[in-house]
Every structure is written in C-alpha cells, then in structure tokens.
Design a protein around this ligand. Structure first.
Ligand code: GDP
Ligand code: MG
Length: 354
C-alpha cells in the first residue's frame, strides 16, 4: 500500500469537511485510523528471565523483516508489561514451566497466529527435536528449537561472527582445534575443553565458546574434519543451518507480514464505521475504498485469511478465478469466508479492468 493513496484519502477528507465544525470529529477519526495503519510493527520478545531472550532479540535485530514498507521494532520484556504489540515471540528454555503454559493459554493480544514459540539453548539439549516436539505437544502449538546464542554469534556480523561481548569468531583458531587431537570426550563440557592439552590458548578457546557456545565449536570441528576442503563460509553456513535459526526467522517473518497485511483490513473496517457515523466524509472514504490500491489490499488480506495464493497470469486465469471466488462466496456458510471470497472476486475483476 502506498502512502500516497492514504495521503489522498486524508486530503479528500479534509477538503470535504472544510468549514464545517461538526466534521472535526470525522477528520480526526480518519487521521487516527490512518496513523494506526502506518505505525511501526512491534515484535515483542517475551519469556521468563534468563531463558535467553536477548540472543533471540539480537537475531531478530540482525535481519530486515519485511512489513510492507512499515518500520519494524523489536523489543524484549519479561512477560509482565502490557504494551501493545503485533507479533509475540515467546521464548522458553528447557522444560515448559507452568508460567509458560499459563501465559500461552491466554496470550495478551489473543490470536495464536501472532505468536511464535521458540525453545532456545538447543545446544544444551541432547535431542532438541524431541524436546521441541514434547513442548509442542504440551503447549498445543508449534515450538521451534533454536541454538539462540550460537545463531546470534554467527549473525551479529553476518557469517563473519561476533559473540555477545563483541568477540569475533576466529576461524583460524577453530581450524587449529579441528587439526588437534581434541576428541569427543574433550568436548563434553566447557571445563574439559579448556583443560585439553592443545596448542590453542585457553583464552582463545574461551573466546570461541563466548561466540558460538561449546556445541557450536564442536559442530564446526565436525564439519571441518569431515569435509577437509570446506571453506570457512561453507562450514559456517552448515553450522547456521544446524542452529535452526532459519525456521525461526521464517515464522517471525510470516507473522510480521500477516500483521502488516491485517493493518489494511483494520483500516478498512474503521473507515466503514466512520462512514456510518459521519455522512460528510462518506464520499471521500468510499472513493478511497473503491480505489485500485484499496481493492488490491482487501484482496491480499482475503488471500491471507483463506490461506490461498493470488493467481496472476493470462486473462483467462483471472476470469476463472473471479468466477470461482464468486461461486465460493455464494456457497460460503461462514461470514468471514464469504467476505474474503467476495474480496478475492472483486480483486480479480479489478485486475481484468487494469
Ligand atoms: N548455552 C546457551 N546459553 C544461552 C543461550 N542463550 C542465552 N544463554 C545464556 O543464558 C543466560 C541468560 O540469557 P539472556 O539472553 O540474558 O536471558 P534473558 O533474561 O531471557 O534475556 C546468559 O548467561 C546467556 O549466555 C543459548 O542459546 N545457549
Ligand atoms: Mg535479556
């Protein structure tokens, strides 16, 4: 949605109400609805103290989340404040606690599609996939396992790597450890690793752990030993894959896009209510709602709501889609489905006219 068409709506509303004091309310209502539409998308990272939220926050801050042109703000809190948000990333570590269950059974903003649950510190678990599956079962929603600190260490400066306290990952040291006699028994605990009799200094080994955790170091050593020709980039990419961070980013990204798209649905709903209350702005609002942009936005919201793609292609494809959604609207029992099917039908018809 371009800001220009929203500006046009604001201007038209202002023009239609100039000099009529009773219309200040209408103009303010439209302004508020537009401000709500354009405010930044808030991603709230929540969970108990010490679960590892800060690493998850660092990961989310290291990427550009697409919010259809809106700013995205990510912040962290411990679940007690009631600030408004668009997307909730709930972080757990280890076993699910009753606090987690209670929080997630009635998350503050409702709708579970706004919530992504992650099980971090996966590097400390023997079987992260099994632990995540157990947590998913308990919480009755998908729980994504992630090695938060390792992924954050890899991301802070791209794949170059930078630990929490700004220590960067020295691949030469990782290679030196891989070339040494360090064995699986030395990688069981941090103490054992630091005590191992190898040439890489203790301080340097600590820096590696600081950056990507012991498990990250162990995984990198494995990769380098198994694929001796692997470049630093290849090895780091493989470690990044093992952290599970991609699935977390994909889930958050989907939730952010959905939040951005639902802003249009909210805007259109507010505008319709404003129209019903204030006759003087009806013309301006209706002409906006009939614009190509607004019809396309409604279509995107509807496609998202119904979980279907928007088909593009030949005129015939578009005609078929328009007919199909008209039919589905007529057959729909549920009013949300009917409204969305109609929006899709209208959208396809509009595509034909362009
Ligand atoms: N092993 C491991 N430790 C982690 C991970 N994430 C965080 N930690 C550690 O857990 C502790 C609490 O982390 P922090 O992010 O500050 O927790 P917060 O209170 O939820 O923000 C710190 O000592 C972190 O180093 C992780 O993925 N793996
Ligand atoms: Mg923190």
């Amino acid at each position: 949605m371009s800001v220009a068409s929203l500006d046009r709506l604001r201007d038209r509303t202002a023009a239609s109400s100039t000099g009529v004091p009773a219309d200040d309310g209408a103009r303010e209502a439209v302004d508020t609805a537009l401000q709500d539409r354009l405010r930044p998308v808030i991603v709230r990272v929540t969970g108990r103290t010490g679960v590892g939220k800060s690493a998850i926050l660092a990961i989310l801050e290291s990427v550009r989340l697409d919010a259809d042109g809106l700013d995205v703000r990510v912040h962290e809190d411990s679940g007690t404040d009631r600030t408004d948000f668009d997307v909730l990333v709930y972080v757990i570590a280890g076993a699910v606690s009753p606090v987690d269950t209670a929080f997630l059974s009635s998350p503050p903003g409702g709708a579970s599609n706004k919530t992504v649950v992650v099980l971090t510190k996966a590097d400390t678990l023997d079987d992260p996939a099994a632990a995540a599956a157990a947590a998913s079962h308990q919480l009755e929603r998908t729980v994504l396992p992630v090695m938060g600190a390792t992924a954050a260490g890899l991301r802070c400066t791209g794949l170059g790597g930078m630990g929490r306290s700004g220590v960067s990952l020295v691949m030469a040291d990782v290679r030196a450890v891989a070339a040494s006699a360090v064995g699986p028994a030395d990688l069981l605990t941090v103490d054992r690793f630091l005590a191992a009799d190898i040439t890489v200094s203790t301080r340097r080994r600590e820096a590696l752990i600081e950056c990507i955790e012991l498990r990250g170091v162990a995984l990198l050593i494995d990769v380098l030993r198994q694929r001796t020709a692997a470049s630093d980039g290849d090895a780091l990419r493989e470690l990044a894959d093992a952290t599970g961070v991609d699935a977390v980013l994909a889930a958050v990204s989907t939730a952010v896009s959905a939040a951005a798209a639902s802003r249009d649905a909210d805007l259109h709903r507010s505008l319709q209510q404003i129209c019903a209350r204030h006759r003087q702005v009806r013309g301006a609002v209706e002409s906006y709602l009939a614009s190509d942009e607004a019809v396309a936005a409604e279509m995107r919201c509807a496609a998202l709501y119904l979980g279907v793609p928007i088909e593009t292609g030949s005129e015939q494809v578009v005609v078929e889609q328009a007919a199909l959604w008209k039919q589905r609207a007529a057959a729909a029992g549920d009013s949300g489905v009917r409204r969305s099917a109609l929006a899709l039908c209208r959208g396809y018809v509009r595509m034909l006219r362009r």
